[in-house]
Design a protein around this ligand. Structure first.
Ligand SMILES: [Zn+2]
Length: 342
C-alpha cells in the first residue's frame, strides 16, 4: 500500500433491514430466490458506498451475502449435516445449536467467488476478504466424524486454501482469516492452530491477515470480557509464534479494550491492523479519540506498518451507528496523516 495508514474494517457491516432482521446474529433472510440474489448485491453496493464515503482505503463486502461469518462458509461444504444439530459451547462461552460433521468434509464448489467477482466490478480499491479460520470453524461445529479437533482443523485448512486461491484469482488483494478462537485456546493455537493457518495460506499470491479479537459486542462476549480482569493479556500467549509465521497482517482489538498496547511489540515486523473503533458500544468515537489511539500505537508499530481498523465486525450494530463509526475512523486517521506529513 502506498497510502499512509491505510484504513479498513475487520469485516462485517450491518445489513439493510429489508435483507435481514437488524441487530441479530444468524438473522434469516427476508427475501428469496432471485430477489435474494439481487438484494444481496444491492446491499453489497451500499456497504461499499458507506466505506467509500468514510474514506476507507481497503474495502470489503461487509459480509452482506453471509448470514454468519462461520456458518455460511460451512453450509457450502459436504460432510456437514445442518439438520442434525447439537448444542455446543462456543469458545467456552455461550451455547449454540450447531450443525454436525457426519462425514469427510469437502468443498465441491467455490463459496464466495461470484461475490468477489461482483465486488471487483464495483471498485478499483484493494479488496480484503474475510474467511473463518480453521480453529474457529471447528469450534462452531459438533464433530461426530473425525472426533479430533486437530484433524478437522487440518481438513478445513486444506479447503480454505482452495477457496482462498480462487478468491485471489477473482480479484482479492488480502485474504483475512478470522480466528477469535485464538484468544481462548492458547495451547492448541501454539500446538497446531498457527500451523493449520499456515496451511490455509500456502501458495497464496496475495497478502494474508489474521483477525484475533474479543468478539462481537454481544452479551456473552461482554460478560466474558468483564471476567478477564484489568489487563487482557491473551495476545501475549500467541503473538510470539505468530510473529514467526508467514502471515503478513495481524488484526487486534485496542479501542476501549484492556489490552496493554505494548503487546503489539511482540509482533514487531508485521503489519498491524490496530482496532481503533469499539464495536461493543453505540457511542461514536470522536476523530480525536481515534487519532489519540493511533498516535499511541505508533510507539509499538512502524508507521508504514500501521493499518487502522475496527476492533471487530460491526454486524450487530445499527447501520447509523456503524456508518458514524466508519466516518470517525476515516476522520481520525486523517488527523494523524496530516501530523505525520507536516
Ligand atoms: Zn472479530
Amino acid at each position: 500500500m502506498k497510502i499512509l495508514l491505510p484504513t479498513s474494517t475487520a469485516g462485517s457491516l450491518p445489513k439493510p433491514s429489508w435483507l435481514a432482521k437488524p441487530k441479530t446474529l444468524w438473522s434469516p433472510w427476508q427475501l428469496q430466490g432471485n430477489q435474494l440474489i439481487e438484494g444481496k448485491q444491492d446491499a453489497l453496493r451500499l456497504a461499499l458506498d458507506d466505506q467509500d464515503r468514510a474514506g476507507i482505503d481497503i474495502v470489503s463486502d461487509g459480509e452482506q451475502t453471509r448470514q454468519h461469518f462461520v456458518t455460511t462458509f460451512i453450509e457450502h461444504l459436504s460432510g456437514v449435516d445442518f439438520e442434525n444439530r447439537q448444542t455446543v459451547k462456543i469458545r467456552n462461552r455461550y451455547e449454540a445449536s450447531v450443525p454436525s460433521v457426519v462425514g469427510a468434509v469437502t468443498r465441491e464448489k467455490p463459496v464466495f467467488v461470484e461475490d468477489v467477482r461482483f465486488l471487483r466490478t464495483l471498485t478499483h480499491k484493494p479488496i480484503k476478504w474475510a474467511l473463518p479460520g480453521p480453529m474457529t470453524m471447528i469450534d462452531t461445529l459438533y464433530d461426530a466424524h473425525y472426533k479430533s479437533r486437530e484433524k478437522l482443523a487440518w481438513e478445513f485448512a486444506k479447503i480454505l486454501n482452495q477457496e482462498a486461491k480462487e478468491l485471489v484469482a477473482a480479484g482479492v488483494d488480502i485474504i483475512q482469516f478470522d480466528e477469535p478462537a485464538f484468544n481462548v485456546f492458547f495451547n492448541e493455537v501454539n500446538d497446531w492452530g498457527i500451523a493449520t493457518l499456515e496451511r490455509a495460506i500456502e501458495g497464496l499470491e496475495c497478502e494474508t491477515a489474521v483477525h484475533i479479537c474479543y468478539g462481537y459486542g454481544i452479551k456473552a462476549n461482554i460478560d466474558w470480557k468483564n471476567a478477564l480482569g484489568n489487563e487482557w493479556r491473551q495476545y501475549e500467549e500467541i503473538f510470539p509464534k505468530l510473529q514467526k509465521s508467514s502471515i503478513d497482517l495481524i488484526s487486534l482489538e485496542c479501542q476501549n479494550s484492556r489490552v496493554p498496547m505494548d503487546l503489539i511489540e511482540l509482533v514487531r515486523g508485521k503489519k498491524v491492523m490496530v482496532g481503533a473503533i469499539d464495536v461493543a458500544s453505540n457511542t461514536i468515537e470522536t476523530p480525536e479519540k481515534v487519532a489519540d489511539l493511533l498516535r499511541r500505537s505508533l510507539q509499538f508499530v512502524d508507521v508504514d506498518k500501521l493499518y487502522p481498523c475496527t476492533n471487530c465486525g460491526m454486524a450487530p450494530l445499527s447501520r447509523d451507528v456503524a456508518r458514524s463509526k466508519l466516518n470517525a475512523l476515516g476522520a481520525g486517521v486523517e488527523i494523524v496523516r496530516r501530523e505525520l506529513s507536516a
